[in-house]
Design a protein around this ligand. Structure first.
Ligand code: ZN
Length: 486
């Protein structure tokens, strides 16, 4: 979670777009054909610019200038070989553990450090960027954007303090954007982005087959996540641009990539070593600026607090809030932060619009001034708390699927509220991020043996396999470069 109120990017984009519903005829940069689009290029640039400002409010850029420069150089090399070489492009690595990449209209491409960890060559990185460039040059975002506006997408998104129960909701903005773009783009546009990306790879001197390999990386990610999700009893995540068949069996994909690859002439480079050198030391998983989960305690050194959760609860660290849910998703607690004004009881009254008749208990939580209350929201009982720490107000809301479940889970919910405390020196020391390290495989090393030395817990072997393109099977060869997590 970040020290900022969250907003829905789509809602903002929708609001921005109200003045843009002018139907114009423009030439599609890729096909050269005239098409009806609902946005001129200056409007497209404006939407991109304003959307970029929103993305930067939600996400921090990853603080590694050398890595940013490296990604930008590869992106610019592809852009110069694209159908819209005249646009000003910006390529940004976001400090997010999510596995994703996305583009805004007008030339803005974002890639998370989360996806970068799983790439194994410079050509694979170029393939991710090339695919996103394809969405921009073919103006898929513009078409999606106008469609989303027409459907008034975003209205349902970003409601404040609705408990995230049973629906499997609670997604960050990248997921919301990714899902919306994904569903709107559909198979044909995704295939077109793959084809265009492969063409730009090839023209820029990269091996265009990296497009197929990188889709395989994401597909394996999806297969692994489906397995973990099944064990955890949750919905699997959606990845941008992925469809049912594995790229190895997808003849249409193989065909368009092969055709695009011929445009670049002779075979291109893959450059695994160049990328791996850049990934040594990359933060893996949560970072201290977003808060980390260790032993089911959420640690946020920058905001100066820690919050304990029952061992079997699942904690999701989202951009603007923390959501914890009971094992069967029958109850949940949401935690947000805002500026403190007045006493905790004032905060509680203001945020939850409590009438004068609702009783509020002033109390101490973790040695901090706090106020709690129980009230009814949309016909369901909820337990709310405001805890003040320095100039911040931490707001907690605990709710359950039914009044009966609420009573069963009330002790857990109260325990979570009482588990909030200023971060201790020992917890601060634990709040170190994991990082990727490059190593050479020892003779007889296996992913199972590497997993035993890994801090990644019960799914460590799966993560290590995915990181090293050995999912679901295969073992390291003696002396090969390996990415491990420390
Ligand atoms: Zn796509």
């Amino acid at each position: 979670m970040r020290n900022r109120p969250g907003k829905s990017l789509l809602r903002i984009l929708s609001a921005l777009g109200l003045g843009l519903l002018l139907v114009q005829c423009a030439e599609n940069p890729v096909t050269g054909r005239q098409q009806f689009v609902m946005m001129s290029e200056p409007d497209e640039l404006r939407v991109g610019r304003e959307g970029d400002a929103e993305v930067r409010k939600e996400y921090q850029t990853y603080p590694a200038p050398d890595l940013q420069k490296y990604v930008d150089q590869i992106g610019q090399r592809l852009a110069r070989n694209s159908h819209r070489a005249g646009l000003a492009y910006r390529f940004t690595v976001l400090d997010s553990p999510e596995v994703n990449a996305f583009a805004l209209p007008g030339g803005y491409v974002y890639i998370t450090r989360g996806i970068m960890a799983y790439l194994n060559s410079e050509a694979e990185l170029a393939a991710v960027l090339g695919h996103e460039l394809g969405h921009i040059t073919a103006r898929h975002g513009v078409q999606q954007y106008t469609a989303a506006q027409a459907a008034n997408i975003g209205v349902a998104i970003g409601s404040i303090f609705l408990p995230e129960l049973a629906s499997g909701a609670g997604q960050s903005i990248v997921n919301l954007l990714g899902n919306a773009l994904l569903s709107g783009y559909g198979r044909e546009h995704e295939l077109e982005a793959d084809r265009l990306g492969a063409e730009y790879l090839s023209r820029a001197g990269y091996d265009s087959q990296a497009m197929i390999r990188v889709i395989g990386v994401l597909k394996n990610q999806e297969l692994f996540d489906a397995e973990v999700a099944r064990q955890e009893g949750r919905e699997p995540r959606a990845y941008h641009g992925l469809f049912a068949s594995h790229p190895d069996n997808d003849t249409r994909l193989q065909q368009v990539v092969a055709e695009a690859g011929r445009l670049g002439g002779r075979g291109g480079t893959d450059s695994p070593a160049a990328l791996l050198a850049q990934l040594d030391g990359l933060v893996f998983g949560d970072s201290p600026s977003q808060g980390l989960i260790r032993n089911n305690t959420f640690l946020h050194p920058e905001l100066g607090f820690a919050a304990r959760f029952p061992q079997n609860w699942r904690i999701r660290n989202l951009a603007d809030r923390l959501v914890a849910s009971a094992p069967d998703e029958s109850a949940g607690v949401e935690l947000r932060v805002q500026e403190a004004k007045g006493a905790p009881a004032d905060t509680l009254r203001r945020v939850f619009r409590l009438g004068g008749g609702v009783p509020i208990q002033n109390q101490s939580v973790g040695g901090l001034p706090a106020a709690t209350s129980t009230l009814s929201m949309q016909g369901r009982p909820v337990r709310v708390a405001a805890i003040h720490l320095e100039n911040k107000a931490f707001l907690m809301l605990g709710s359950a699927a039914s009044p009966a479940t609420f009573q069963q889970r009330l002790a857990d919910i109260n325990g979570i509220i009482q588990g909030f405390h200023p971060i201790t020196a020992a917890e601060r020391a634990q709040a170190r991020p994991y990082t990727l390290r490059l190593t050479k495989a020892q003779p007889n090393a296996t992913y199972a043996s590497l997993a035993r030395e890994s801090p990644l817990g019960r799914h460590a072997e799966g993560y290590l396999r995915l990181l090293n393109a050995a999912y679901p099977r295969g073992e390291p060869a003696a002396g090969q470069s390996l990415k491990i997590v420390r």
